[in-house]
Design a protein around this ligand. Structure first.
Ligand SMILES: Nc1nc2c(c(=O)[nH]1)N[C@H]1C(S)=C(S)[C@@H](COP(=O)(O)O)O[C@H]1N2
Ligand SMILES: [Mo]
Length: 315
């Protein structure tokens, strides 16, 4: 996987500045797409196959969405926490507007999203980047975005158009989008059925990596920081497929204390939490743990969304 050399730490601002946004591209450098010749095709189980250029797409009603954006991490190490997360404002055209033009046939159950990047990954060559979602869910939620944080989509983030699947791991948000296929089955592909699958917590057949886990990240103080002894506003962000309903913070073995938590509101944004904590001189371990509206709680260890811990020294 090609990635930014070191992920810059997440700044504590409501929207993540683009300079701090991680870049994940599995198939090599971004394809250089020419806005004047780019098209989006819509094919498969539709009444009217479409070829939309950018001006046709931009003629459709516009909408915007602010949402957290979380990388699942390496698909071959699904249990390793990365907490690569951002919060972004996207604008573009609702997938539903494009589907209304093409008119899916009743047998269509799945929608496939394909990007223009081509290359090799995990020993397979000649790959495209292909993902799929259940049609109804995608129709209700997916945005086809051409801006991020008010600016045109940069090349590395999917210019000229990408899918944004809110509340899903960002692997589902296909960049450099050029093709939508409506089908009655899921596509057999490295990125759909062979990688990016995992078994549900209680066991059972592997399922595609879609709905985001309940998770949280401490932003201040940060890991390894030296701070003055005294009271500190411990701050972080939490996010989940469902709204987060509580975050608790623990200092050393002092027990879990409820933090003050921002409500999520109508958009699936990340939620800030704060708790004043007294740090006596010496080393300390600070932890945070989120619970979402489905009653899911971050596990203590051994999972990609395990409780986040930072170690600081107060002096
Ligand atoms: N076409 C294409 N889309 C892609 C990818 C890719 O490699 N190719 N990577 C996915 C993954 S794993 C993530 S985490 C997000 C990252 O989006 P960003 O680079 O804009 O932060 O894009 C997703 N969409
Ligand atoms: Mo990712």
């Amino acid at each position: 996987m090609q990635a930014t050399p070191a992920d810059p730490s997440t700044p504590d601002s409501f929207l993540t500045p683009l300079g701090h946004l991680f870049v994940r591209s599995h198939l090599g450098p971004p394809p250089e797409l020419d806005a004047s010749s780019w098209t989006l095709t819509v094919e498969g189980l539709v009444e009217r196959p479409l070829w939309l250029d950018l001006s046709a797409l931009r003629g459709l009603p516009r909408t915007s969405l602010t949402a957290f954006h979380e990388c699942f991490g390496s698909p071959s190490r699904p249990d390793v926490p990365t907490r690569a997360v951002a919060n972004l404002e996207w604008s573009g055209v609702a997938l539903a507007a494009v589907l209304d033009l093409a008119t899916p046939r009743p047998q269509a159950r799945h929608i496939w999203f394909e990007g223009a990047d081509r290359g090799s990954f995990a020993g397979e060559s000649g790959l495209t980047y292909l993902k799929d979602l259940p049609l109804e869910q995608a129709r209700d939620e997916v945005l086809l975005a051409d801006t991020v944080n008010g600016a045109p989509l940069p090349g590395r983030h999917g210019f000229p158009l990408r899918a944004v699947a809110p509340r899903m791991f960002a692997t589902n948000s296909v960049k450099w989008l050029t093709r939508l296929v409506l089908a009655d089955h899921r596509p057999e592909h490295l990125f759909t059925t062979r990688l990016y699958t995992r078994r549900p917590p209680g066991g059972g057949a592997p399922r595609p990596v879609r709905e985001v886990d309940v998770n949280s990240k401490l932003l201040a103080p940060h890991d390894g920081q030296r701070v003055a002894a005294g009271t500190h506003e411990v701050t972080g962000r939490s996010w989940s497929f469902a709204p987060v309903v509580s975050v608790e913070v623990a200092v050393d073995d002092g027990g879990w204390q409820p933090a003050l938590l921002q409500p999520r509101g109508p958009q699936p944004v990340w939620q800030r939490f704060t708790l004043p904590c007294r740090l006596t001189p010496g080393p300390h371990r600070i932890r945070c743990r989120a619970t979402d509206a489905r009653g899911r709680v971050q596990p203590p260890a051994g999972a990609r969304n395990a409780v986040h811990t930072v170690e600081v020294v107060a002096g």
